[in-house]
Design a protein around this ligand. Structure first.
Ligand code: AGP
Length: 613
Protein backbone atom coordinates (compact mmCIF):
# COMPACT_ATOMS: atom_id res chain seq x y z
CA UNK A 1 0.00 0.00 0.00
CA UNK A 2 1.23 3.60 -0.22
CA UNK A 3 3.24 4.88 -3.14
CA UNK A 4 6.70 6.33 -2.72
CA UNK A 5 8.72 8.38 -5.17
CA UNK A 6 12.10 10.02 -4.69
CA UNK A 7 14.01 11.93 -7.34
CA UNK A 8 17.46 13.45 -7.84
CA UNK A 9 18.35 15.04 -11.16
CA UNK A 10 18.20 18.09 -13.33
CA UNK A 11 14.53 17.97 -14.36
CA UNK A 12 12.00 20.26 -12.65
CA UNK A 13 11.45 18.16 -9.61
CA UNK A 14 7.87 18.96 -8.62
CA UNK A 15 6.40 18.05 -11.98
CA UNK A 16 8.66 14.98 -12.27
CA UNK A 17 7.78 13.43 -8.94
CA UNK A 18 4.07 14.19 -9.18
CA UNK A 19 3.94 12.59 -12.62
CA UNK A 20 5.63 9.48 -11.21
CA UNK A 21 3.38 9.49 -8.15
CA UNK A 22 0.25 9.61 -10.32
CA UNK A 23 1.32 6.28 -11.79
CA UNK A 24 1.41 4.82 -8.30
CA UNK A 25 -1.93 6.17 -7.15
CA UNK A 26 -3.40 2.66 -7.36
CA UNK A 27 -1.29 1.84 -4.28
CA UNK A 28 -3.15 4.19 -1.94
CA UNK A 29 -5.08 7.38 -2.29
CA UNK A 30 -6.38 8.78 0.96
CA UNK A 31 -3.83 11.58 1.14
CA UNK A 32 -0.69 12.71 -0.66
CA UNK A 33 2.31 14.88 0.04
CA UNK A 34 5.60 16.17 -1.28
CA UNK A 35 8.83 17.52 0.21
CA UNK A 36 11.16 19.52 -2.04
CA UNK A 37 14.57 20.85 -1.13
CA UNK A 38 14.80 24.34 -2.61
CA UNK A 39 16.25 27.73 -1.77
CA UNK A 40 13.89 27.94 1.21
CA UNK A 41 15.00 24.67 2.79
CA UNK A 42 12.65 21.68 2.81
CA UNK A 43 9.22 22.78 1.63
CA UNK A 44 6.41 20.34 2.44
CA UNK A 45 2.89 20.29 1.05
CA UNK A 46 0.22 17.72 1.93
CA UNK A 47 -3.40 17.28 1.07
CA UNK A 48 -6.12 14.85 2.11
CA UNK A 49 -7.69 12.92 -0.78
CA UNK A 50 -6.29 11.93 -4.10
CA UNK A 51 -3.07 13.15 -5.67
CA UNK A 52 -5.14 15.56 -7.77
CA UNK A 53 -5.93 17.53 -4.58
CA UNK A 54 -2.22 17.98 -3.98
CA UNK A 55 -1.62 18.89 -7.63
CA UNK A 56 -4.42 21.46 -7.48
CA UNK A 57 -3.01 23.00 -4.33
CA UNK A 58 0.41 23.33 -5.98
CA UNK A 59 -1.21 24.79 -9.08
CA UNK A 60 -2.87 27.48 -6.97
CA UNK A 61 0.14 28.13 -4.80
CA UNK A 62 3.28 26.83 -6.51
CA UNK A 63 6.17 25.30 -4.60
CA UNK A 64 9.56 26.69 -5.55
CA UNK A 65 11.26 24.03 -7.67
CA UNK A 66 14.48 22.20 -6.89
CA UNK A 67 16.35 19.10 -8.02
CA UNK A 68 15.70 16.69 -5.21
CA UNK A 69 12.41 15.63 -3.64
CA UNK A 70 10.36 12.84 -2.11
CA UNK A 71 6.62 12.32 -2.35
CA UNK A 72 4.01 9.85 -1.21
CA UNK A 73 0.42 8.71 -1.66
CA UNK A 74 -0.99 7.12 1.47
CA UNK A 75 -3.20 4.21 2.44
CA UNK A 76 -3.74 4.83 6.15
CA UNK A 77 -2.63 2.24 8.67
CA UNK A 78 -1.75 4.26 11.80
CA UNK A 79 -3.71 7.48 12.16
CA UNK A 80 -6.67 8.76 10.17
CA UNK A 81 -6.23 10.19 6.69
CA UNK A 82 -5.61 13.79 7.77
CA UNK A 83 -3.11 16.36 6.57
CA UNK A 84 -1.06 15.95 9.75
CA UNK A 85 -0.82 12.20 9.20
CA UNK A 86 -0.03 12.46 5.48
CA UNK A 87 3.61 11.94 4.47
CA UNK A 88 6.30 13.28 4.23
CA UNK A 89 7.03 13.52 7.95
CA UNK A 90 9.77 15.75 9.23
CA UNK A 91 12.02 15.95 12.27
CA UNK A 92 11.72 18.70 14.91
CA UNK A 93 13.63 21.30 12.88
CA UNK A 94 12.37 20.29 9.45
CA UNK A 95 15.86 19.42 8.28
CA UNK A 96 14.77 15.89 7.32
CA UNK A 97 11.74 14.57 5.43
CA UNK A 98 10.72 10.92 5.39
CA UNK A 99 8.25 8.93 3.29
CA UNK A 100 7.47 5.40 4.33
CA UNK A 101 5.43 2.37 3.27
CA UNK A 102 4.93 -0.40 5.81
CA UNK A 103 4.38 -0.60 9.55
CA UNK A 104 6.87 0.23 12.27
CA UNK A 105 5.62 -2.24 14.86
CA UNK A 106 7.65 -0.85 17.76
CA UNK A 107 6.81 2.79 17.02
CA UNK A 108 5.03 3.37 20.36
CA UNK A 109 8.09 2.29 22.31
CA UNK A 110 10.44 4.36 20.10
CA UNK A 111 8.12 7.35 20.27
CA UNK A 112 8.07 7.41 24.06
CA UNK A 113 11.89 7.22 24.15
CA UNK A 114 12.11 10.10 21.67
CA UNK A 115 9.50 12.15 23.53
CA UNK A 116 11.55 11.70 26.69
CA UNK A 117 14.52 13.13 24.81
CA UNK A 118 12.49 16.23 23.90
CA UNK A 119 11.37 15.42 20.35
CA UNK A 120 8.10 17.02 19.27
CA UNK A 121 5.67 14.93 17.26
CA UNK A 122 3.02 16.34 14.94
CA UNK A 123 1.17 13.22 13.79
CA UNK A 124 -0.29 9.95 15.03
CA UNK A 125 1.68 7.91 12.51
CA UNK A 126 4.26 5.24 13.07
CA UNK A 127 6.37 6.84 10.30
CA UNK A 128 7.21 10.03 12.14
CA UNK A 129 9.45 8.14 14.56
CA UNK A 130 11.82 7.42 11.67
CA UNK A 131 12.45 11.13 11.06
CA UNK A 132 13.06 11.79 14.77
CA UNK A 133 15.23 8.70 15.19
CA UNK A 134 17.49 9.78 12.33
CA UNK A 135 17.55 13.31 13.75
CA UNK A 136 18.60 11.90 17.11
CA UNK A 137 21.45 9.80 15.73
CA UNK A 138 22.55 12.55 13.33
CA UNK A 139 23.46 14.67 16.37
CA UNK A 140 26.47 12.39 16.82
CA UNK A 141 27.28 10.86 13.42
CA UNK A 142 27.12 11.52 9.67
CA UNK A 143 23.69 11.20 8.08
CA UNK A 144 24.33 7.90 6.28
CA UNK A 145 25.41 6.27 9.57
CA UNK A 146 22.48 7.86 11.41
CA UNK A 147 20.08 6.48 8.78
CA UNK A 148 21.50 2.96 9.12
CA UNK A 149 21.48 3.23 12.87
CA UNK A 150 17.82 4.27 12.85
CA UNK A 151 16.86 1.43 10.49
CA UNK A 152 18.41 -1.10 12.86
CA UNK A 153 16.02 0.09 15.56
CA UNK A 154 12.88 -0.52 13.50
CA UNK A 155 10.79 -3.66 13.87
CA UNK A 156 8.22 -4.42 11.17
CA UNK A 157 8.24 -3.54 7.53
CA UNK A 158 9.47 -0.51 5.71
CA UNK A 159 10.29 1.01 2.39
CA UNK A 160 11.62 4.39 3.32
CA UNK A 161 13.18 7.41 1.59
CA UNK A 162 14.92 10.21 3.37
CA UNK A 163 15.61 13.76 2.18
CA UNK A 164 17.95 16.00 4.15
CA UNK A 165 18.48 19.73 4.00
CA UNK A 166 22.18 19.08 4.45
CA UNK A 167 22.45 16.64 1.55
CA UNK A 168 21.29 18.55 -1.55
CA UNK A 169 22.59 15.91 -3.98
CA UNK A 170 21.72 12.62 -2.27
CA UNK A 171 18.63 10.79 -1.10
CA UNK A 172 18.74 7.78 1.19
CA UNK A 173 16.49 4.76 0.91
CA UNK A 174 16.08 1.25 2.28
CA UNK A 175 13.60 -1.59 2.39
CA UNK A 176 12.48 -4.48 4.52
CA UNK A 177 9.44 -6.52 3.41
CA UNK A 178 7.96 -3.54 1.52
CA UNK A 179 8.77 -2.79 -2.09
CA UNK A 180 11.28 -0.18 -3.22
CA UNK A 181 13.14 -0.04 -6.50
CA UNK A 182 15.72 2.29 -7.99
CA UNK A 183 15.31 3.70 -11.49
CA UNK A 184 18.51 4.77 -13.20
CA UNK A 185 18.08 7.39 -15.92
CA UNK A 186 20.37 9.79 -17.79
CA UNK A 187 21.91 11.97 -15.07
CA UNK A 188 18.84 11.37 -12.94
CA UNK A 189 17.69 8.64 -10.58
CA UNK A 190 14.50 7.62 -8.83
CA UNK A 191 13.26 5.71 -5.87
CA UNK A 192 9.81 4.21 -6.45
CA UNK A 193 7.50 1.63 -4.97
CA UNK A 194 6.89 0.07 -8.34
CA UNK A 195 8.15 0.14 -11.93
CA UNK A 196 5.19 1.97 -13.59
CA UNK A 197 6.22 5.15 -11.73
CA UNK A 198 9.41 5.49 -13.70
CA UNK A 199 8.33 4.16 -17.10
CA UNK A 200 8.65 7.00 -19.56
CA UNK A 201 11.86 8.24 -17.88
CA UNK A 202 13.82 5.03 -17.73
CA UNK A 203 13.47 1.27 -17.99
CA UNK A 204 16.72 0.55 -16.14
CA UNK A 205 15.93 -0.75 -12.70
CA UNK A 206 17.95 -1.86 -9.71
CA UNK A 207 15.95 -4.21 -7.50
CA UNK A 208 16.74 -3.95 -3.81
CA UNK A 209 16.83 -6.72 -1.25
CA UNK A 210 15.70 -6.41 2.33
CA UNK A 211 18.11 -4.65 4.68
CA UNK A 212 19.99 -2.92 1.87
CA UNK A 213 20.63 0.79 2.07
CA UNK A 214 20.94 3.09 -0.93
CA UNK A 215 22.52 6.49 -1.29
CA UNK A 216 21.02 7.86 -4.46
CA UNK A 217 22.59 10.61 -6.53
CA UNK A 218 21.90 11.71 -10.11
CA UNK A 219 24.67 9.37 -11.26
CA UNK A 220 22.95 6.35 -9.72
CA UNK A 221 22.69 4.27 -6.57
CA UNK A 222 25.39 3.30 -4.10
CA UNK A 223 24.32 0.18 -2.24
CA UNK A 224 25.48 -0.97 1.17
CA UNK A 225 24.37 -3.36 3.87
CA UNK A 226 22.92 -2.09 7.13
CA UNK A 227 26.47 -2.33 8.48
CA UNK A 228 27.85 -0.15 5.71
CA UNK A 229 29.49 -2.92 3.67
CA UNK A 230 29.58 -1.99 -0.04
CA UNK A 231 27.37 -4.02 -2.42
CA UNK A 232 27.48 -4.05 -6.21
CA UNK A 233 24.46 -4.65 -8.44
CA UNK A 234 23.84 -3.91 -12.10
CA UNK A 235 20.63 -2.37 -13.37
CA UNK A 236 18.31 -4.65 -15.36
CA UNK A 237 16.18 -3.42 -18.24
CA UNK A 238 12.45 -4.04 -17.80
CA UNK A 239 10.37 -5.04 -20.81
CA UNK A 240 7.27 -3.00 -19.89
CA UNK A 241 6.77 0.12 -21.94
CA UNK A 242 5.16 3.38 -20.97
CA UNK A 243 1.95 2.70 -22.96
CA UNK A 244 1.23 -0.13 -20.53
CA UNK A 245 1.02 2.40 -17.72
CA UNK A 246 -1.36 4.77 -19.58
CA UNK A 247 -5.08 4.50 -20.25
CA UNK A 248 -4.55 4.81 -24.01
CA UNK A 249 -7.99 6.24 -24.69
CA UNK A 250 -9.97 3.99 -22.35
CA UNK A 251 -12.01 5.75 -19.65
CA UNK A 252 -10.55 3.47 -16.97
CA UNK A 253 -7.52 1.25 -16.56
CA UNK A 254 -9.86 -1.58 -15.64
CA UNK A 255 -11.60 -1.50 -19.02
CA UNK A 256 -8.27 -1.25 -20.82
CA UNK A 257 -6.93 -4.22 -18.88
CA UNK A 258 -10.05 -6.28 -19.56
CA UNK A 259 -9.51 -5.68 -23.27
CA UNK A 260 -5.84 -6.56 -23.07
CA UNK A 261 -6.55 -10.15 -22.07
CA UNK A 262 -6.22 -11.91 -25.43
CA UNK A 263 -2.74 -10.35 -25.67
CA UNK A 264 -1.76 -10.94 -22.06
CA UNK A 265 -2.75 -14.61 -22.21
CA UNK A 266 -0.71 -14.87 -25.39
CA UNK A 267 2.21 -13.39 -23.45
CA UNK A 268 1.81 -15.96 -20.67
CA UNK A 269 1.97 -18.72 -23.27
CA UNK A 270 4.79 -17.14 -25.26
CA UNK A 271 7.96 -19.24 -25.45
CA UNK A 272 6.32 -21.94 -23.35
CA UNK A 273 3.73 -23.41 -25.67
CA UNK A 274 4.90 -24.60 -29.06
CA UNK A 275 1.65 -25.18 -30.97
CA UNK A 276 3.36 -26.70 -34.03
CA UNK A 277 5.24 -29.35 -32.07
CA UNK A 278 2.52 -29.68 -29.42
CA UNK A 279 5.22 -29.16 -26.79
CA UNK A 280 5.41 -27.27 -23.51
CA UNK A 281 8.56 -25.96 -21.92
CA UNK A 282 9.75 -23.62 -19.19
CA UNK A 283 12.97 -21.80 -18.47
CA UNK A 284 15.80 -24.06 -17.30
CA UNK A 285 15.44 -23.41 -13.57
CA UNK A 286 11.68 -23.94 -13.52
CA UNK A 287 11.88 -27.01 -15.72
CA UNK A 288 14.52 -28.58 -13.48
CA UNK A 289 12.41 -27.77 -10.46
CA UNK A 290 9.34 -29.43 -11.96
CA UNK A 291 11.26 -32.41 -13.29
CA UNK A 292 12.66 -33.12 -9.83
CA UNK A 293 9.33 -33.19 -8.01
CA UNK A 294 8.80 -36.40 -6.09
CA UNK A 295 6.21 -38.96 -7.25
CA UNK A 296 4.53 -38.31 -3.88
CA UNK A 297 4.59 -34.55 -4.21
CA UNK A 298 1.82 -32.54 -2.59
CA UNK A 299 1.01 -28.95 -3.56
CA UNK A 300 -0.22 -26.20 -1.28
CA UNK A 301 -1.34 -23.13 -3.17
CA UNK A 302 -1.37 -19.91 -1.17
CA UNK A 303 -2.69 -16.55 -2.29
CA UNK A 304 -5.04 -13.70 -1.41
CA UNK A 305 -8.16 -12.25 -3.06
CA UNK A 306 -8.40 -12.75 -6.78
CA UNK A 307 -5.16 -14.71 -6.88
CA UNK A 308 -6.72 -17.13 -4.37
CA UNK A 309 -9.62 -17.64 -6.76
CA UNK A 310 -7.13 -18.45 -9.53
CA UNK A 311 -5.59 -20.93 -7.10
CA UNK A 312 -8.98 -22.62 -6.61
CA UNK A 313 -9.27 -23.07 -10.37
CA UNK A 314 -5.75 -24.54 -10.31
CA UNK A 315 -6.85 -27.06 -7.68
CA UNK A 316 -9.48 -28.47 -10.04
CA UNK A 317 -7.01 -28.49 -12.94
CA UNK A 318 -4.12 -30.11 -11.11
CA UNK A 319 -6.10 -32.71 -9.22
CA UNK A 320 -8.10 -33.73 -12.26
CA UNK A 321 -5.16 -33.95 -14.66
CA UNK A 322 -2.06 -34.77 -12.59
CA UNK A 323 -3.49 -36.56 -9.55
CA UNK A 324 -1.17 -34.49 -7.36
CA UNK A 325 -3.04 -33.66 -4.14
CA UNK A 326 -3.60 -29.91 -3.87
CA UNK A 327 -4.66 -27.73 -0.94
CA UNK A 328 -5.52 -24.10 -1.56
CA UNK A 329 -5.22 -21.70 1.32
CA UNK A 330 -5.69 -18.02 1.92
CA UNK A 331 -2.18 -16.84 2.75
CA UNK A 332 -3.47 -15.02 5.83
CA UNK A 333 -4.85 -18.32 7.16
CA UNK A 334 -2.11 -20.66 5.99
CA UNK A 335 0.40 -18.91 8.20
CA UNK A 336 -1.49 -19.84 11.33
CA UNK A 337 -2.95 -23.25 10.58
CA UNK A 338 0.07 -25.41 11.35
CA UNK A 339 0.17 -27.04 7.92
CA UNK A 340 2.31 -30.17 7.69
CA UNK A 341 5.16 -29.26 5.37
CA UNK A 342 8.11 -31.34 4.32
CA UNK A 343 10.49 -32.19 1.52
CA UNK A 344 7.70 -33.55 -0.66
CA UNK A 345 5.61 -30.41 -0.36
CA UNK A 346 5.70 -27.59 -2.85
CA UNK A 347 4.12 -24.36 -1.74
CA UNK A 348 2.93 -22.39 -4.76
CA UNK A 349 2.37 -18.67 -4.25
CA UNK A 350 0.08 -16.92 -6.71
CA UNK A 351 0.40 -13.17 -6.71
CA UNK A 352 0.16 -10.35 -9.21
CA UNK A 353 2.33 -7.90 -7.32
CA UNK A 354 4.75 -10.31 -5.69
CA UNK A 355 4.59 -8.07 -2.62
CA UNK A 356 1.46 -9.15 -0.74
CA UNK A 357 2.59 -9.31 2.89
CA UNK A 358 0.74 -12.49 3.89
CA UNK A 359 1.77 -14.35 0.75
CA UNK A 360 5.39 -13.35 1.23
CA UNK A 361 5.34 -14.35 4.90
CA UNK A 362 3.76 -17.71 3.96
CA UNK A 363 6.54 -18.39 1.49
CA UNK A 364 9.16 -17.53 4.07
CA UNK A 365 7.46 -19.82 6.56
CA UNK A 366 7.25 -22.65 4.01
CA UNK A 367 10.96 -22.33 3.29
CA UNK A 368 11.79 -22.35 6.97
CA UNK A 369 9.88 -25.63 7.29
CA UNK A 370 11.82 -27.25 4.45
CA UNK A 371 9.14 -27.07 1.73
CA UNK A 372 9.98 -26.24 -1.86
CA UNK A 373 8.55 -23.01 -3.24
CA UNK A 374 7.30 -21.87 -6.62
CA UNK A 375 5.57 -18.60 -7.52
CA UNK A 376 3.19 -17.57 -10.26
CA UNK A 377 3.78 -13.86 -10.29
CA UNK A 378 3.52 -10.86 -12.59
CA UNK A 379 6.19 -8.52 -11.30
CA UNK A 380 9.81 -9.29 -12.05
CA UNK A 381 12.20 -8.70 -9.22
CA UNK A 382 9.39 -8.50 -6.66
CA UNK A 383 10.01 -9.78 -3.14
CA UNK A 384 8.16 -13.07 -3.72
CA UNK A 385 9.82 -13.64 -7.10
CA UNK A 386 13.16 -13.37 -5.37
CA UNK A 387 12.23 -15.50 -2.40
CA UNK A 388 11.10 -18.67 -4.18
CA UNK A 389 13.02 -21.62 -5.63
CA UNK A 390 11.37 -21.39 -9.06
CA UNK A 391 9.30 -18.86 -10.96
CA UNK A 392 6.52 -18.85 -13.48
CA UNK A 393 6.09 -15.24 -14.57
CA UNK A 394 2.70 -14.37 -16.01
CA UNK A 395 4.07 -11.55 -18.21
CA UNK A 396 0.72 -9.73 -18.19
CA UNK A 397 2.34 -6.27 -18.06
CA UNK A 398 1.60 -3.70 -15.36
CA UNK A 399 -1.87 -4.01 -13.87
CA UNK A 400 -2.87 -0.56 -12.66
CA UNK A 401 -6.59 -0.84 -11.81
CA UNK A 402 -7.12 -1.97 -8.24
CA UNK A 403 -9.49 -4.67 -9.47
CA UNK A 404 -7.44 -7.49 -10.88
CA UNK A 405 -8.54 -8.69 -14.32
CA UNK A 406 -5.76 -9.59 -16.72
CA UNK A 407 -3.55 -10.87 -13.91
CA UNK A 408 -6.31 -13.34 -12.94
CA UNK A 409 -6.70 -14.88 -16.39
CA UNK A 410 -2.94 -15.01 -16.83
CA UNK A 411 -2.58 -16.78 -13.49
CA UNK A 412 -5.09 -19.42 -14.58
CA UNK A 413 -3.28 -19.72 -17.90
CA UNK A 414 0.00 -20.29 -16.06
CA UNK A 415 -1.71 -22.95 -13.93
CA UNK A 416 -2.98 -24.61 -17.10
CA UNK A 417 0.57 -24.68 -18.50
CA UNK A 418 1.83 -26.19 -15.27
CA UNK A 419 -0.95 -28.77 -15.21
CA UNK A 420 -0.50 -29.90 -18.78
CA UNK A 421 3.28 -30.06 -18.41
CA UNK A 422 3.01 -32.27 -15.32
CA UNK A 423 0.16 -34.33 -16.77
CA UNK A 424 2.35 -35.18 -19.76
CA UNK A 425 5.43 -35.96 -17.64
CA UNK A 426 3.46 -38.17 -15.33
CA UNK A 427 1.41 -39.71 -18.14
CA UNK A 428 -1.76 -39.03 -16.19
CA UNK A 429 -4.11 -38.23 -19.04
CA UNK A 430 -5.15 -40.30 -22.05
CA UNK A 431 -3.11 -38.84 -24.98
CA UNK A 432 -6.22 -37.75 -26.88
CA UNK A 433 -7.51 -35.81 -23.89
CA UNK A 434 -4.09 -34.20 -23.36
CA UNK A 435 -4.00 -33.15 -27.02
CA UNK A 436 -7.50 -31.69 -26.77
CA UNK A 437 -6.53 -29.64 -23.72
CA UNK A 438 -3.24 -28.58 -25.31
CA UNK A 439 -5.06 -27.37 -28.43
CA UNK A 440 -7.60 -25.58 -26.24
CA UNK A 441 -4.78 -23.78 -24.45
CA UNK A 442 -3.18 -22.74 -27.72
CA UNK A 443 -6.54 -21.29 -28.83
CA UNK A 444 -7.36 -19.63 -25.53
CA UNK A 445 -6.42 -16.07 -26.64
CA UNK A 446 -8.84 -16.47 -29.55
CA UNK A 447 -11.65 -17.69 -27.27
CA UNK A 448 -11.06 -14.73 -24.95
CA UNK A 449 -11.11 -12.35 -27.91
CA UNK A 450 -14.50 -13.77 -28.84
CA UNK A 451 -15.72 -13.51 -25.26
CA UNK A 452 -14.96 -9.79 -25.43
CA UNK A 453 -17.60 -9.57 -28.15
CA UNK A 454 -20.17 -10.01 -25.38
CA UNK A 455 -19.42 -6.47 -24.22
CA UNK A 456 -22.47 -4.79 -25.69
CA UNK A 457 -24.83 -7.49 -24.42
CA UNK A 458 -23.21 -7.46 -20.98
CA UNK A 459 -23.52 -3.67 -20.81
CA UNK A 460 -27.22 -3.92 -21.58
CA UNK A 461 -27.77 -6.57 -18.89
CA UNK A 462 -25.70 -4.50 -16.42
CA UNK A 463 -27.99 -1.55 -17.14
CA UNK A 464 -31.04 -3.67 -16.23
CA UNK A 465 -29.63 -4.69 -12.84
CA UNK A 466 -27.62 -1.60 -11.92
CA UNK A 467 -30.12 -0.51 -9.27
CA UNK A 468 -30.07 -3.83 -7.39
CA UNK A 469 -28.19 -3.72 -4.11
CA UNK A 470 -27.65 -7.44 -3.46
CA UNK A 471 -26.39 -10.14 -5.78
CA UNK A 472 -25.59 -13.80 -5.53
CA UNK A 473 -23.07 -15.40 -7.85
CA UNK A 474 -23.28 -19.17 -8.22
CA UNK A 475 -21.27 -21.81 -10.04
CA UNK A 476 -20.06 -25.35 -9.59
CA UNK A 477 -16.76 -27.18 -9.95
CA UNK A 478 -14.37 -25.15 -12.19
CA UNK A 479 -16.81 -22.26 -12.07
CA UNK A 480 -17.30 -22.17 -8.33
CA UNK A 481 -14.17 -19.97 -8.19
CA UNK A 482 -15.67 -17.96 -11.09
CA UNK A 483 -18.67 -17.21 -8.88
CA UNK A 484 -16.40 -16.07 -6.03
CA UNK A 485 -14.37 -13.92 -8.38
CA UNK A 486 -17.41 -12.39 -10.11
CA UNK A 487 -18.86 -11.38 -6.75
CA UNK A 488 -15.54 -9.99 -5.54
CA UNK A 489 -15.19 -7.89 -8.70
CA UNK A 490 -18.63 -6.37 -8.25
CA UNK A 491 -18.46 -5.51 -4.55
CA UNK A 492 -14.87 -4.32 -4.91
CA UNK A 493 -15.50 -1.67 -7.54
CA UNK A 494 -19.15 -0.94 -6.77
CA UNK A 495 -19.21 -0.42 -3.01
CA UNK A 496 -22.93 0.36 -2.95
CA UNK A 497 -23.65 -3.28 -3.74
CA UNK A 498 -23.26 -6.39 -1.66
CA UNK A 499 -22.41 -9.45 -3.71
CA UNK A 500 -21.72 -12.96 -2.47
CA UNK A 501 -20.29 -15.91 -4.35
CA UNK A 502 -21.29 -19.47 -3.46
CA UNK A 503 -20.93 -22.98 -4.72
CA UNK A 504 -24.33 -23.43 -6.41
CA UNK A 505 -24.96 -26.66 -4.49
CA UNK A 506 -24.56 -24.80 -1.19
CA UNK A 507 -27.53 -22.51 -1.84
CA UNK A 508 -30.07 -24.70 -0.16
CA UNK A 509 -27.90 -24.95 2.94
CA UNK A 510 -28.69 -21.39 3.92
CA UNK A 511 -28.33 -18.54 1.42
CA UNK A 512 -31.50 -19.46 -0.48
CA UNK A 513 -33.53 -18.10 2.43
CA UNK A 514 -32.82 -14.58 1.18
CA UNK A 515 -34.11 -15.14 -2.35
CA UNK A 516 -37.28 -13.24 -3.15
CA UNK A 517 -38.89 -11.69 -6.19
CA UNK A 518 -36.35 -10.06 -8.45
CA UNK A 519 -33.27 -10.90 -6.33
CA UNK A 520 -30.49 -11.09 -8.98
CA UNK A 521 -28.47 -14.29 -9.13
CA UNK A 522 -25.62 -14.58 -11.60
CA UNK A 523 -25.16 -18.20 -12.66
CA UNK A 524 -21.94 -19.27 -14.34
CA UNK A 525 -23.32 -22.19 -16.33
CA UNK A 526 -21.17 -22.99 -19.37
CA UNK A 527 -21.15 -26.39 -21.00
CA UNK A 528 -19.59 -28.70 -18.37
CA UNK A 529 -19.74 -32.00 -16.54
CA UNK A 530 -22.02 -30.39 -13.93
CA UNK A 531 -24.28 -28.52 -16.36
CA UNK A 532 -27.49 -30.37 -15.41
CA UNK A 533 -26.78 -29.87 -11.73
CA UNK A 534 -26.42 -26.14 -12.29
CA UNK A 535 -29.70 -26.08 -14.23
CA UNK A 536 -31.39 -27.63 -11.19
CA UNK A 537 -29.90 -24.89 -9.02
CA UNK A 538 -31.19 -22.24 -11.44
CA UNK A 539 -34.66 -23.73 -11.18
CA UNK A 540 -34.47 -23.63 -7.37
CA UNK A 541 -33.88 -19.88 -7.58
CA UNK A 542 -36.57 -19.35 -10.20
CA UNK A 543 -39.08 -21.25 -8.10
CA UNK A 544 -38.57 -18.49 -5.52
CA UNK A 545 -38.91 -15.77 -8.17
CA UNK A 546 -35.23 -14.79 -8.13
CA UNK A 547 -33.95 -13.16 -11.34
CA UNK A 548 -31.40 -15.43 -13.03
CA UNK A 549 -28.66 -13.90 -15.15
CA UNK A 550 -26.98 -16.84 -16.84
CA UNK A 551 -23.58 -17.03 -18.48
CA UNK A 552 -23.83 -20.04 -20.79
CA UNK A 553 -21.99 -21.52 -23.75
CA UNK A 554 -22.89 -20.66 -27.32
CA UNK A 555 -24.94 -23.35 -29.00
CA UNK A 556 -27.05 -24.14 -25.93
CA UNK A 557 -30.63 -23.50 -27.12
CA UNK A 558 -32.15 -25.12 -24.02
CA UNK A 559 -30.69 -22.55 -21.63
CA UNK A 560 -32.98 -19.72 -22.80
CA UNK A 561 -35.98 -20.97 -20.92
CA UNK A 562 -34.03 -21.06 -17.65
CA UNK A 563 -32.62 -17.55 -17.88
CA UNK A 564 -34.16 -14.14 -17.23
CA UNK A 565 -31.10 -12.62 -18.87
CA UNK A 566 -28.63 -14.55 -20.96
CA UNK A 567 -24.97 -13.92 -21.83
CA UNK A 568 -23.31 -16.43 -24.15
CA UNK A 569 -19.61 -17.16 -24.29
CA UNK A 570 -17.59 -19.33 -26.68
CA UNK A 571 -17.82 -23.02 -25.89
CA UNK A 572 -14.53 -24.45 -24.59
CA UNK A 573 -13.38 -27.44 -22.58
CA UNK A 574 -14.64 -27.09 -19.01
CA UNK A 575 -10.95 -26.78 -18.03
CA UNK A 576 -10.75 -23.35 -19.72
CA UNK A 577 -14.24 -22.10 -18.96
CA UNK A 578 -13.20 -20.00 -15.92
CA UNK A 579 -10.95 -17.91 -18.17
CA UNK A 580 -13.62 -17.31 -20.79
CA UNK A 581 -16.36 -16.73 -18.19
CA UNK A 582 -14.15 -14.19 -16.41
CA UNK A 583 -14.59 -11.74 -19.29
CA UNK A 584 -18.38 -11.12 -18.98
CA UNK A 585 -18.09 -11.23 -15.18
CA UNK A 586 -15.49 -8.48 -15.26
CA UNK A 587 -17.44 -6.46 -17.83
CA UNK A 588 -20.65 -6.84 -15.82
CA UNK A 589 -18.97 -5.52 -12.67
CA UNK A 590 -17.45 -2.69 -14.67
CA UNK A 591 -20.70 -1.53 -16.27
CA UNK A 592 -22.76 -1.86 -13.09
CA UNK A 593 -20.14 0.20 -11.24
CA UNK A 594 -20.07 2.73 -14.07
CA UNK A 595 -23.86 3.07 -14.03
CA UNK A 596 -23.63 3.71 -10.28
CA UNK A 597 -21.02 6.43 -10.78
CA UNK A 598 -18.35 4.54 -8.80
CA UNK A 599 -14.66 5.32 -8.74
CA UNK A 600 -13.76 2.22 -10.70
CA UNK A 601 -9.97 2.28 -10.75
CA UNK A 602 -9.60 3.43 -7.17
CA UNK A 603 -12.42 2.11 -5.01
CA UNK A 604 -12.60 3.40 -1.43
CA UNK A 605 -10.57 1.67 1.30
CA UNK A 606 -8.66 -0.51 -1.13
CA UNK A 607 -5.11 -0.49 -2.38
CA UNK A 608 -3.61 -2.50 -5.19
CA UNK A 609 -0.76 -4.03 -3.33
CA UNK A 610 -1.42 -5.10 0.24
CA UNK A 611 1.98 -4.90 1.85
CA UNK A 612 0.76 -4.95 5.43
CA UNK A 613 -0.62 -8.01 7.21
C1 AGP B 1 -8.46 -8.17 -6.71
O1 AGP B 1 -9.27 -7.48 -7.56
C2 AGP B 1 -7.93 -7.45 -5.57
N1 AGP B 1 -7.42 -6.20 -5.87
C3 AGP B 1 -7.17 -8.27 -4.55
O2 AGP B 1 -8.03 -9.26 -4.09
C4 AGP B 1 -5.82 -8.93 -4.98
O3 AGP B 1 -6.05 -9.95 -5.90
C5 AGP B 1 -5.10 -9.44 -3.73
O4 AGP B 1 -4.82 -8.36 -2.88
C6 AGP B 1 -3.83 -10.20 -4.04
O5 AGP B 1 -2.86 -9.39 -4.61
P1 AGP B 1 -1.59 -9.99 -5.32
O6 AGP B 1 -2.07 -10.82 -6.45
O7 AGP B 1 -0.78 -8.82 -5.76
O8 AGP B 1 -0.87 -10.84 -4.30
Amino acid sequence: MCGIVGYVGKAPVVETVLEALRRLEYRGYDSAGIAVLNGRGIEVRKRVGKIEALVESIRRQPIRDGHIAVCHSRWATHGEPTEANAHPHTDCKQTLAVVHNGIVENYAELKSQLLAKGHRFRSQTDTEVIAHLVEEYAKREPLDCAFRHALKELRGSYAVCLLSKHEPHRLFGAKNSSPLIVGVGKREAFFASDVPAILGRTRRVVYLNDHEVVELSASGPRLTTLDGKRLHRKATTVAWDVAAARKEGYPHFMLKEIHEQPATIEQTLFNRLDAGKRRLTFDRRTKQFLDRLSPNEKFIVIACGTAYHAGLVGEYMLEECTRIPVDVDLASEFRYRGAQLGRDTTVIAITQSGETADTLASIQMAKAHGAKTLAICNVMGSSIARAVDAMLYTHAGPEIAVASTKAYTSQITALALLTLYLAKRRACLPPAQWRRLFDGLAKLPEAVQRALETERAVKAVAGEYARARNFYYLGRRYNYPSALEGALKLKEICPVIHAEGYAAGEMKHGPISLIRKGWPVMFVAPHSSVYEKVISNIEEVRARKGACIVIASEGDPAIKRHADSLITIPRTEEFFSPVVAAIPLQLFAYYVADANGCDIDQPPNLAKSVTVE
